[in-house]
Design a protein around this ligand. Structure first.
Ligand code: NOJ
Length: 926
């Protein structure tokens, strides 16, 4: 969150305004932020007509295993038109259906400087998956007059470079159906860097800020088409619908493009294409006819993306090859190079796997961090912390992490403590740790410019701050007042920063303390659009405009590396970041920033988190309860009920709001919130298994319905319901006093109400009565969900508890599921120290087998047993089950689906099979 202040105001007045801001609630100030029309590169790109690009490819060759060419323009018709120098084009092919297209200025033609290529995002091992192209074919595609060069991509797919006019696309080999294309509409434009001449006025002004733009305009734009796509998705972060709406075209009201520019937006609204805290320029197209494809542009400058409604190009009179449905998009960036990736899918899970093979798999979180977090701006002092902590126990509500916001520091100097309020931070953390709990403190990137602050002194003397356009340390205004920002692009500075988290350097920290990175867009209260000026300078002469969207990413990376170092490489880090960029999934979790306590924001949290998951950032959540404002009790309860299914589950609130810990709203509401949190704790084994799936495949924990039902059109734009893994469907309740909810349950199989076990038919919409006790949630027939049903104070204390398996039978009386277990903490799972079970139920018999390769010598063991097996959809009658190989019998009875909740009809339960979770066994219903 950032106050809305005018940068030209003198400091004292600023301070006054700032203080006023803290106690007032004002609405989103649209005029603080630039529109496309106020952003010259965006305005120019948007006004270009289809087929205005005249680039053509020459000198096509194979070089270093890639297809290369020069992109040239015909000589200008008049001498005052710019002649662009030939651009270098490279197309490389990687394993598993990834095509990379790069276009940049030719270094041998002496550009004034090297354009910025974002480092440290692409996994080094990705390069080793490159297929070394040996040859290309030349063909004349039907309807073309000139040649195209064609290369192999994967079985059944080819990439095509059409020479004139220049166009590149991926197509199916059989039938030549296109999948994805670039520049089919001739909107490609590449503004080359220039040396300033007399009379050139390149300055840009916005709200009293001047951007000197020393190299002139340097933007890039082009169109990308997704063939056979009914909808496009992705490109977070926006508070808007999951299926992206057209921003231009017939019938579209005057709309902004989707903006990708990391910004600290005060009180963002719930339905807008404006940019928020993070940016991931990765879009997916999905349709019934073919499946899914993806397009990613690795570029960290401001980006604007139009989704073009069908008929947008009618005026050009040129039609693309016939295709069932096609979605055209326009991508515009202020700087950088073209470094793009085409993912051929064809399934949704294939596309996320392809994307994460480039940018990295989501990190495996510590188990505790997948449980419930309690935060507030601010828990005042140690006594407050102690009270809150003990109230959770008193009310029998588990929680794992207590968070401290900026007020815990000495004057917003991070890594310090306000010693009056927090005289014994280690002791405070140790007390929490005794109950298996952890603490998180906030560390922001702005460093107080205070000569007596060691961090500032050190950063200044080492020259570690970002510089302004004149070369001086950039001085901006943030929580501590005058502040400077470490230049996180520089690996040496990141390494220096990471050392600050050692137990020795971070005085008052303990091994149970983890970190929250906030304001890392970066937020600068008196900067243009509340951020750093675009002409500020980074390591290697990189302009801030070129890397803006990645600043927070490098900060997150350095912090997360710091925690790894602190733990000697033995403790998985936990760092929550507000800003993000492709690859952030490797460094920790994110949340959706400063939402508001209203129903619309509850609703939009689902498409926001779904979008993050689809683009790699699966460990994400929204502030439960809403950050700004006081939620009505019903909203708060509904938020807990929904938040219990967010991958990252944290309650948080602005300091102006009333206290809202779950026990403050009367016994009944405490019960409801406790129940929601308990549900999450019971499902932790399932969630943790899903985090591991994400960690190995990129497939998100929280998924759109169409990821599991890719050919069911009714799911494509549904963003009120979502899947948790492949087994659970959850539908939020987004209105006050709702009596009924319409819930679409996809697929040919049935669904079992998670709470009551009642069975519902799939493939239809059900009008369901809604109770205050829960939001609708269902287990899909054919799945097995592992649970832990004993409630403890924290997840850590559940480590040795037994498991319950809930088997939901499908129409063939079969089901399957998985359970992943490791030490929840270290990196030893990477060496194979984990248990991964596969449960299969068929012919009345449940079998547990290992999914660990070379399972013979397991490096991790667990003494946990399975104490209950519930079988939904089985006729009652059997009295015993036979357990092999121990040749024992276990009783079968009708029991409750949940131990502590009423409501459910009795369900078939195998009692105390007590089979070791780590072993192979079978349990046969007799
Ligand atoms: C803005 C963050 O988004 C919010 O969560 C936090 O409480 C405040 N900054 C204060 O640190």
């Amino acid at each position: 969150m950032a106050p809305n202040i005018n940068p030209t105001l003198p400091l004292l007045l600023l301070l006054l305004l700032f203080t006023l801001h803290l106690s007032s609630v004002s609405a989103w100030k649209k005029e603080e932020f630039r529109t496309c029309n106020q952003t010259p590169f965006c305005k120019r790109a948007r006004s270009r007509k289809p087929h205005s690009s005249s680039l053509f490819a020459t000198d096509v060759a194979i070089l270093d295993g890639a297809l290369t060419a020069n992109l040239r323009q015909p000589p200008p018709e008049s001498p005052d038109q710019d002649q662009i120098k030939p651009l270098l084009f490279t197309l490389s092919v990687y394993q598993n259906g990834v095509v990379r297209v790069k276009i940049d200025e030719d270094p041998s033609l002496d550009p004034p400087k090297k354009r910025f290529e974002v480092p440290d995002v692409i996994l080094p091992e990705f390069e080793s998956t490159k297929l070394w192209l040996q040859r290309f074919q030349t063909e004349t595609v039907d309807g073309d007059s000139g040649p195209s060069s064609v290369v192999y991509v994967a079985d059944g797919y080819e990439a095509v470079l059409r020479h004139n006019p220049f166009e590149v696309y991926v197509r199916e080999k059989q039938g030549k159906r296109r999948v994805l294309s670039l520049n089919s509409h001739g909107l490609f434009d590449f503004e080359q860097l220039r040396v300033k001449q007399e009379g050139d006025d390149w300055e840009e002004r916005f709200k009293g800020h001047t951007d000197v733009r020393p190299y002139g305009p340097q933007s890039i734009s082009f169109d990308v088409s997704f063939f056979d796509a009914d909808f496009v998705y992705g490109i977070p972060e926006h508070a808007s619908s999951f299926a992206l709406r057209p921003t231009r075209g017939p019938g579209v009201d005057d709309s902004e493009p989707y903006r990708l520019f990391n910004l600290d937006v005060f009180e963002y609204i719930h339905d807008s294409p404006f940019g928020l805290y993070g940016s991931i320029p990765f879009m997916l197209g999905h349709g019934k006819a073919r499946g899914t494809s993806g397009f990613f542009w690795l570029n960290a400058a401001e980006m604007q993306i139009d989704v073009l409604g069908s008929g947008w190009d009618a005026e050009s009179g040129i039609l693309l090859p016939e295709s069932g449905s096609r979605i055209d998009t326009l991508w515009m960036s202020e700087a950088g190079i073209v470094d793009t990736f085409f993912f051929i899918g064809p399934g949704p899970k294939d596309v996320v796997r392809q994307y994460t093979s480039v940018t990295g798999m989501p990190a495996m979180p510590q188990l505790f961090s997948t449980a419930y977090h309690q935060c507030r701006w601010n828990y005042r002092d140690e006594e407050d912390v102690e009270n809150v902590d003990s109230k959770f126990d008193e009310h029998d509500i588990p929680y794992d992490v207590l968070w401290l916001d900026i007020e815990h520091t000495d004057g917003k100097r991070y890594f310090t403590w306000d010693r009056v309020l927090f005289p014994n931070p280690e002791q405070m953390q140790n007390k929490l740790a005794a109950k298996g709990r952890h603490m998180v403190t906030i560390v922001d990137p702005h460093i107080k410019r205070d000569e007596s602050f060691h961090l500032h002194k050190e950063a200044t003397s080492k020259g570690y701050y970002v510089k302004d356009a004149t070369g001086k340390d950039y001085d901006g205004w943030c929580w501590p007042g005058s502040s400077s920002y470490p230049d996180m692009l520089n690996p040496e500075i990141r390494s220096w920063w990471s050392e600050k988290f050692s137990l020795k350097n971070y005085v008052g920290s303990t091994p149970w303390l983890y970190i929250w990175n906030d304001m890392n867009e970066p937020s600068v209260f008196n900067g243009p659009e509340v951020t750093m000026p675009r002409d500020a300078l980074h390591y290697g002469g990189v302009e801030h405009r070129e890397l803006h969207n990645a600043y927070g990413y490098y900060f997150h990376m350095a912090t997360s590396d710091g925690l790894v170092k602190r733990g000697d490489g033995k403790d998985r880090p936990f760092v929550l970041s507000r800003a993000f960029f492709p690859g952030s999934q490797r460094h920790g979790a994110v949340w959706t920033g400063d939402n508001t306590a209203d129903w619309d924001q509850l609703r939009v949290s689902v498409p926001m988190i779904l979008t993050l998951g689809l683009t790699g950032m699966t460990f994400s959540g929204a502030d439960v309860g809403g950050f700004f404002g006081n939620p009505e009790t019903e909203l708060l309860v509904r938020w807990y009920q929904l938040g219990a299914y967010y991958p990252f589950f944290r309650g948080h609130a602005h300091h102006d709001t009333k206290r809202r810990e779950p026990w403050l709203f009367g016994e009944r509401n405490t019960e409801l919130m406790r129940d929601a949190i308990h549900t999450r704790y019971a499902l932790l084994p399932y969630f943790y298994t899903l985090f591991r799936e994400a960690n190995t495949s990129g497939v998100p924990v929280m998924r759109p319905l169409w990821m599991e039902f890719p050919s069911d059109k009714a799911t494509f734009s549904n963003d009120e319901a979502f899947m948790v893994g492949n087994s659970l469907l959850v539908q939020g309740i987004y209105t006050e006093r709702a009596k009924y909810a319409s819930v679409y349950l996809p697929g040919g199989q049935s669904w079992y109400d998670l709470r009551t076990g009642i069975i519902y038919k799939g493939g239809t919409t059900h009008k369901l009565e809604v109770s205050e006790e829960t939001i609708p949630a269902f287990q899909r027939a054919g799945t097995i969900i592992p649970r832990k049903d004993r409630y403890r104070r924290s997840s850590t204390q559940m480590a040795n508890d037994p498991y319950t398996l809930v088997i939901a039978l499908n129409s063939s009386h079969a089901a399957e599921g998985e359970l992943y277990i490791d030490d929840g903490k270290s990196f030893e799972f990477k060496q194979g120290a984990y248990i991964h079970r596969h449960f299969v139920f068929s012919d009345g018999k449940l079998t547990s087998s290992s999914l660990v390769p070379n399972a013979g010598k397991t490096l991790f063991s667990s003494a946990c047993v399975i104490e209950r097996i519930i079988v939904l959809g089985h006729s009652s009658g059997p009295k015993n089950a036979l357990i092999e190989p121990s040749n024992r019998k276990a009783e079968i009875e009708l029991g409750p689906l949940w131990l502590r909740r009423g409501k459910s009809a009795p369900v078939l339960t195998i009692r105390r099979p007590n089979v070791p979770v780590a072993d192979d066994w079978t349990t046969k219903i007799l």
